[in-house]
Write a protein of this length. Structure first.
Length: 479
């Protein structure tokens, strides 16, 4: 999956700043060592324009973890990180709280050199990924993706509001060597490249095979069992997903897939979290939470239908979705829960009175934006832990749905439908729900899609909805 980076390019955008950046962090290493305790050290400089994702993919080493995040329609906002200066791993029901506490402790002890008034996302950041379930990711294919993984990239890149930033980070431990840290960071800077993103292989005759991990009829049977439980009153809603496996004669390329996704889905949260063994990549339409100071923003996203190339038909499909009693019921469950969870932590919670249509390349959804003014500071990770999983990917009631999902799905979701994103050292950040996603592991790609099941759900129609959702990535991966 991962590959060693080629020889460095002589025209890397950060070349002129590299010496100043290394000098800035070296100036702080001695101060950190004198503290006699573990200390995070970082340095940030504004640099000439760069493409964070392209730099990260071109510069990563075979042994690196890496992270890319982009929403092109938001003034080309993009961040990326390679290497790991510090890593936090947790599991169980408290995994969000554990990760948040560890990040806060490390951020409080930070020694930094950086421009004043850095925008959110620039500077030292935490890249975060959480499995859907407290102990999710136990299947072998998810072996390098624990239930909670939060890392401080050794090198972070950001493009925010037309400006670009480069950040080096290191963790200094008592008795550590400033020279060893400097040499490692020097090598990291020397490896930077800014090659264009690779293109997907367009060859349709390469011998790719596609199979459903679970027979479609079995998935429909699971939906039928779910609707029975809903009619009995043990559930109000439950989301059931399925898995499709694409096997190629050669290794899948996460860089090419990520590049295609950000071109095709510029309004979505395009992400890639990579390890030496695999990469989890996708383009999610669903924001779990964004924290900006005292304001939290999220959205209820539930209820879906297909798109059409004919504008009149496309509008008709959207109008049908807006009028669908089944989809409006499913959507209301999600919005109601999000408001209920946020209200005890907010001065006010404001939700749109009516859902709106959100259209992406192949599908359209019902969405209700929701904002809250927080009563006290809560980090992006803490807010994500409060909200996850929303009924858009879990169900209602929460505990009953969490018990039913693995039984009815018969699979390990891993990071699919989990929470992914970033948080800066001011605790601002954003996390999306890991939808429209695939796990790439050498020649195999595991794709996931699901739908919300309510009393009115029809198994055949729900299966067809997953096929529509799979079309976001399947044509790109299968060729």
């Amino acid at each position: 999956m991962a590959r060693a980076a080629p020889r460095p390019s002589p025209t890397t955008p950060a070349d002129q700043a590299a010496g100043r950046l290394l000098g800035a962090i070296e100036d702080r290493l001695g101060e950190a060592l004198e503290r006699g305790r573990r200390t995070l050290v970082s340095a940030t400089l504004e640099v000439e324009s760069l493409d964070p994702g392209a730099v990260a993919f071109a510069s990563r080493l075979a042994s690196d973890r890496w992270f890319c995040w982009e929403q092109p329609d938001r003034e080309r906002f993009a961040i990326a990180g390679i290497g790991s200066a510090w890593k936090i791993v947790s599991r169980g029901r408290d995994r969000f709280a554990d990760a948040e506490a560890a990040c806060a402790e490390m951020s409080r002890a930070r020694v930094a050199t950086e421009p004043e008034d850095l925008p959110p996302g620039a500077g030292a950041i935490w890249a975060a990924g959480f499995a859907f379930a407290p102990h999710g990711g136990s299947a072998p294919r998810w072996s390098s993706f624990p239930p909670a993984l939060v890392m401080m990239p050794e090198l972070a890149l950001a493009r925010v509001g037309g400006s670009s930033y480069l950040t080096l980070a290191a963790v200094v431990s008592p008795g550590g060597s400033a020279d060893e840290i400097s040499e490692r960071l020097r090598a990291r800077l020397a490896s930077l490249r800014h090659d264009p993103m690779p293109l997907l292989d367009p060859d349709p005759t390469r011998g790719t095979t596609i199979r459903s991990a679970r027979p479609p009829g079995s998935y429909e049977a699971g939906i039928a069992r779910a609707t029975e439980r809903i009619r009995e009153g043990t559930l109000e809603k439950v989301v059931l997903a399925r898995e499709v496996v694409v096997e190629s004669p050669s290794a899948h390329d996460p860089a090419a897939l990520y590049g295609a996704l950000r071109d095709l889905f510029p309004s979505c949260f395009c992400f890639c979290f990579g390890t030496p063994e695999a990469a989890f990549v996708g383009a999610s339409p669903e924001l779990l939470v964004r924290r900006s100071g005292a304001v939290a923003a999220t959205a209820a996203l539930a209820g879906s239908t297909r798109r059409s190339a004919d504008p009149a038909v496309d509008d008709h499909l959207g109008e049908q979705l807006m009028r669908s009693a089944k989809d409006r019921h499913e959507h209301e469950i999600v919005a109601r829960r999000i408001e209920r969870v946020l209200r005890p932590h907010a001065v006010w919670v404001e939700a749109a009175s009516e859902p709106e249509l959100v259209r992406v390349a192949n599908i359209q959804h019902l969405a209700t934006p929701i904002h809250a003014q927080l009563t006290e500071p809560r980090s992006a990770l803490e807010l994500a832990g409060l909200l996850h999983p929303t009924p858009a990917v879990g169900g209602e009631p929460r505990e009953a749905a969490s018990t039913a999902i693995p039984e009815l799905e018969e699979m390990d979701r891993g990071w699919y439908a989990g929470a992914l994103g970033w948080m800066d050292t001011a605790e601002d950040g954003e996390l999306c729900v890991g939808l429209r996603s695939a796990l790439l592991r050498d020649r195999e790609a595991h794709l996931y899609a699901g739908g919300g099941i309510v009393a009115e759900s029809d198994p055949a129609a729900e299966l067809a909805e997953t096929e529509v959702k799979l079309q976001a990535l399947l044509p790109l991966i299968a060729g």
